[in-house]
Design a protein around this ligand. Structure first.
Ligand code: PMT
Length: 329
């Protein structure tokens, strides 16, 4: 067995873990997409979305996963498109996608939008299908936005499943997107696993239960934001997320991430309040060395007053404003 490092730096990770088979094809489609967007002078945002799996076997039967449905990423992508950005939507396969997300939830299933209209008695025509009248306006709005994005060609969709797919794809897409310099934004909303099982330590076949309880020691996934900010993205506007379940450590950990990686903004969210409350954590540009070095601005919405409101609308508007301000500096 080849010798593996005891802790994986990003470099060691990419040297020892093989790329997904579709990586070259994905790079080609990103190149083509960026060429088009640059011709139209578009700003481009990479939105990552959904959770990553950690397979336990090479012939994978079992894997670890996390809660993320991809709501944050899919919803934000729509608001970025609305704000005039082109979007590379890099998401976990089968997680929510922009536009179709409105009808993929069990609370608003697509089939409930439709009615079967039987032909008049005696007619041999087949039944036709129509849209339930109470849902028509909403569907029309979503459909119009979807079709106009399709026509303009301003969204490219890429998929990942495992943590390994995600890391390879993130590196490749970031490197390609860096040609846009400051016009590129990176919006890292995916819920990325912190632990993984190197390929070299995986069982080839399904782990057998006959041996009793299962003990697996996982390695730490390298903190990918570090090379991303320092090497892959050059001057881009990088926005990471910080998710915690303990309020007491949320803001300090977001500040620590800013300190460590030196990127633009951390959006801090607590798991159970993430749909209506987030904090923008950023560096202050105060010349006074005794003044606080970080500040936070809270974005809150009132879902009782306005149940249709989405916090991502305010998040994206605020980021678009900050990106513009940063470009003008
Ligand atoms: O999809 P939803 O259900 O709508 O939920 C949205 C969300 C809660 C998943 C989203 O808002 C969010 O917080 N996403 C980031 C979750 C996360 O991975 O947090 P983290 O604290 O583990 O990582 C912080 C940041 O470090 C992330 O932006 C990630 O890109 C980065 N990271 C993480 C692991 C790793 N090995 N290297 C990294 O650089």
């Amino acid at each position: 067995m080849e010798t593996l490092p005891t802790t994986f730096s990003a470099e060691a990770y990419f040297q020892t873990q093989p790329p997904p088979p579709t990586i070259e094809q994905d790079v080609q489609s990103v190149r083509g997409f960026l060429k088009q967007q640059r011709e139209h002078g578009k700003k481009v945002v990479l939105v990552t979305s959904g959770g990553t799996t950690v397979p336990l076997e090479l012939n994978v039967v079992r894997f670890l996963d996390n809660f993320s449905a991809g709501t944050r990423g899919a919803t934000s992508a729509e608001y970025f498109l609305k704000a005039g950005y082109a979007v590379i939507f890099m998401h976990r396969q089968f997680s929510l996608q922009p536009f179709s997300r409105h009808y993929s939830h069990s609370t608003n299933p697509f089939l409930d939008l439709l009615e079967i209209d039987d032909p008049p008695d005696g007619s041999t025509a087949p039944p036709s299908i129509s849209v339930t009248s109470s849902k028509r306006d909403h569907l029309l709005g979503v459909l119009k936005s979807y079709k106009s994005v399709q026509k303009a060609g301003t969204m490219l969709t890429l998929t990942f499943v495992t943590i390994n797919d995600y890391l390879w794809l993130l590196r490749a897409v970031s490197q390609e997107l860096s040609v846009l310099g400051k016009d590129a934004m990176y919006y890292l909303a995916a819920a990325v696993s912190d632990f993984f099982l190197p390929r070299q330590k995986m069982s080839v076949h399904k782990i057998q239960s006959g041996k009793g309880s299962l003990h697996i020691e996982m390695d730490q996934v390298p903190k990918i934001l570090k090379p991303m900010v320092a090497e892959w993205t050059r001057q881009g506007f990088v926005v990471s997320f910080k998710l915690e379940t303990d309020d007491g450590i949320l803001i300090p950990k977001a500040q620590a991430a800013l300190e460590r990686y030196g990127h633009s903004v951390v959006i801090a969210n607590e798991l159970h309040r993430r749909k209506f409350e987030v904090a923008f954590v950023y560096r202050t540009h105060d010349a006074d060395p005794s003044a606080p070095r970080f500040a936070e601005t809270w974005v809150r919405i009132d879902l009782e007053k306005d149940p249709e409101k989405e916090v991502e609308e305010d998040i994206v508007n605020e980021l678009v404003r900050r990106h513009k301000q940063w470009l003008e500096m």
